[in-house]
Every structure is written in structure tokens, then in C-alpha cells.
Design a protein around this ligand. Structure first.
Ligand SMILES: [Zn+2]
Ligand SMILES: [Zn+2]
Length: 336
């Protein structure tokens, strides 16, 4: 099969992913072989590929195939798989598998499992024609969801769990900070709570997308948030997906005292002012149950993914476009 393989981390301008022939593996035990139909191109893929995450031990193996938001068709089953059949359409999220036994797995927080394997980061992912998955950790995809919606499996679930933590209700105002792959889905989910939803972005290009996704208002911030003071203490909650210290520090200022801040990206918050009694929560992806809830919303037409498609062999191009802010919504490698 063909795959985009990362042999050595490097800047995407130097095309670090190589289009190569790779052997198709045979599924064993609970594994399945999937024919990948679509795989989203995530900002975290970009970080790993460019070497930003070497400090966290990622990529976790050499010659890795990236990609962790995938929809594909089951082609072959390991001997222990009984609940799936050939031809089923399934999806995988960044959590490839978890131990199933630790305190997190036992309490419905498997995405915090310290023994988790990570799709496209510690095991091969979806920038390929085929991949191996753990049948116990995939979700069946409802038949009316087009595979190009593969980003439901990372930005979709990331947006869903972050909005859930923001304590929204119809009388609340929430700011969604950063209108990229995750933010444009978070806007739609926040609207389902009946709250007033404001998109905050540094990109004028994202204004139309934000309104299209249901934002009640869009605020354009200067590159370094110099005009942030006008929003001080005006939100009940802020949900941050813009990976920049200025975005995070200022979003905390936007929230009224006693309000909620949900941070879904890496970055510095600055000094913590305990007198404001803010609730600051981290959020990353979600569980298989969260994923089923996201798929239900998508199947019911309540959320959709805005995507720009590329061919598998164009993954370096997709990453460059993402890096330079040229993708509206999500870049997706489409293989059907
Ligand atoms: Zn992702
Ligand atoms: Zn565990």
C-alpha cells in the first residue's frame, strides 16, 4: 500500500513526509484492518512532524505514519473480533487504545489512561491507504455520515467535551477563541445550549465561517490582542483553541469573576489570580461514549465539518496550508 511516512522530523516546507510503499499488516487478536477513506490533518500532526514534541517523546517510534482522525471500512478481522464485520464503516480518534484496568479507564475517563496508545503518534495512523486498529476502541459510523467528516474524530470530540465543561445555559454568553478546525465545530455545539455564542479570532478570513456556523457575533482581535481590553469581564465562559499565549492570557481576562475558562490547547496562562474565583479547566479529546454522542449529533444534522480535501500524497501541501492559516475549517486527506 501507499503511505505518507515520517522518517525524520523536519519543517513541512522541506516535505518531511515521504510517499512510500509499505507492507499491509495482518490483524491479530482484537485488531482489524481498515481501508482508510478519509483522514483529517490536525494541528497536532504538524507539531509532531516538525519536531516540536520530541521533548514529550513523540513521535514514539521511527518511520511513523501520522494521522489520528479517520473514517474507514473494515477489510479484515483478527480472530477475537466478534462485534464487527467486513464492510462496516468505523472511525478512530487519537486514543488508539487504553489499558481498560486503571482508575481512569474504570471511571469513564479512558482518555486520561497513562498506558494509552496514540494513533499516528505511538502507533501508525491514517495518512495511508490501510491501517490496523483495535476493534474495541473504534466507533461505528452511522450510514448517513460521509467519510469526509473524519474530523469528527478529533476536532469534533475535542469541541464537544470542551463545550460540555463550560457550564452553559440559555442565559450565558460564551466566547469561542480560535475559529479553526476545532473552533468552528465548538460554535455549533455551544449554540445547542441556547447560549449567546461569540467567535473571537485574529483572522478576518474566519469571520464568514464563524457566522455560517451560527456565531451570534464575531470579534476580530489584533495579532497580539492589543485591543483585548474592550472585552474584559464580559463573558460567562471562554473556550480556548487558539494555540498562542496572548490568546490564553487574554481569554482569562474576558471572563467575569467566578466564570469558567476551558483550555483545549497548549500555552501559558500567566499568573493565577485566586481572588477572581475562576474555574479553569483543561480539556483534551474524549471517551468512546463522547464519540458516540458526537456521531449522533452529526447523524441528526446538528453539527457539520467544513473541510478542504487533498489527496493522500498531498499531505505535505495540506500541512503547509494549515501552518500558514490557509485552511478554512479542516484539511482532510480524501481516499475514495
Ligand atoms: Zn487531531
Ligand atoms: Zn487505563
Amino acid at each position: 500500500m501507499k503511505a505518507m511516512v515520517l522518517e525524520k522530523v523536519g519543517k513541512v516546507e522541506e516535505n518531511p513526509l515521504k510517499y512510500k510503499d509499505v507492507d499491509i499488516k495482518k490483524p491479530e487478536g482484537f485488531e482489524i484492518l481498515i481501508k482508510n477513506l478519509a483522514c483529517g490533518v490536525c494541528h497536532s500532526n504538524l507539531h509532531m512532524i516538525e519536531g516540536d514534541w520530541v521533548q514529550y517523546g513523540l513521535p514514539g517510534k521511527s518511520n511513523i505514519i501520522p494521522g489520528h482522525e479517520i473514517i474507514g471500512r473494515v477489510e479484515e478481522l483478527g480472530d477475537n473480533v466478534t462485534d464487527l464485520k467486513k464492510g462496516d464503516i468505523v472511525g478512530l480518534q487519537p486514543l488508539y487504545s487504553a489499558c481498560g484496568k486503571c482508575e481512569y479507564c474504570l471511571s469513564g475517563r479512558e482518555h486520561l489512561c497513562p498506558y494509552g496508545k496514540w494513533t499516528g503518534e505511538t502507533v501508525d495512523g491514517g495518512y495511508a491507504e490501510y491501517m490496523i486498529a483495535d476493534s474495541r476502541y473504534v466507533n461505528k459510523v452511522p450510514s448517513n455520515i460521509d467519510p469526509v467528516n473524519a474530523p469528527l474524530f478529533c476536532p469534533g470530540v475535542t469541541a464537544y467535551t470542551a463545550v460540555k465543561k463550560a457550564e452553559l445555559s440559555p442565559d450565558k454568553t460564551v466566547y469561542i477563541v480560535g475559529i479553526g478546525g476545532v473552533g468552528h465545530i465548538a460554535l455549533q455545539i455551544a449554540k445547542l445550549y441556547g447560549s449567546r455564542v461569540v467567535a473571537v479570532t485574529t483572522s478576518k478570513n474566519h469571520e464568514d465561517l464563524a457566522y455560517k456556523m451560527g456565531a451570534d457575533d464575531v470579534v476580530i482581535m489584533d495579532r497580539n490582542y492589543e485591543n483585548a481590553d474592550m472585552l474584559a469581564k464580559t463573558a460567562d465562559a471562554a473556550i480556548i483553541f487558539a494555540p498562542a499565549d496572548a490568546a490564553i492570557k487574554n481569554s482569562i481576562k474576558f471572563v467575569k469573576d467566578g466564570g469558567v475558562v476551558v483550555q483545549g490547547v497548549r500555552g501559558n496562562q500567566g499568573e493565577f489570580d485566586f481572588t477572581r474565583e475562576l474555574k479553569i479547566k483543561g480539556s483534551k479529546i474524549g471517551t468512546r461514549q463522547d464519540m458516540n454522542e458526537v456521531l449522533k449529533l452529526a447523524a441528526d444534522g446538528k453539527i457539520k465539518v467544513e473541510s478542504k480535501t487533498y489527496k493522500l500524497e498531498e499531505a505535505n501541501e495540506a500541512l503547509k496550508a494549515l501552518k500558514h492559516g490557509e485552511v478554512n475549517g479542516r484539511a482532510v486527506l480524501k481516499m475514495y
